[in-house]
Design a protein. Sequence first.
Length: 170
Amino acid sequence: MDLKLTKALVGAGFVQRTHDYSMFTKRSGKDIVIIFIYVYDLLLTGSNKDLINEAKAVLHQQFKLKDLGKLRYFLGIKVLSSNHGILLNQRKYSLELISKLGLSGAKPALTPLEINQKLTSMEYDRAIAIQDKDPLADANKYQKLIGKLLCLTVTRPDISYAVQTLSQFM
């Protein structure tokens, strides 16, 4: 993370969170302003417009910024807001992933992993002398796929167990 940005925010009264160094907060009474930083992207939100504008002014003094207005996308996650709350989805990301994997014609399943599915590693299979399984030609592809699926669990907690189970075989 940029040291200049950190110093500017701390100097303006923001507190860098110890559980997530990319998150800064500033409180004023019952109100709060929160800034999330991811590389060169900043997400600024809060409970008070004046505090939000004050935070923007502090940032504009130190850095060239572009205010993109109301949040619509952040890190590939689409953000939709209504009177009932906020909806996050990764539909575009999901469809691109399905297309890249060539699974556009696949049938949907009720669960992402069969119940009581037995998965083993190649080391385990060798140890008990099972040789009828072909190893992956490129383990790197599997690792990349698991990484992409982990990103998808942000908005799809229903696949978390399956992805976590499959990630044990990286």
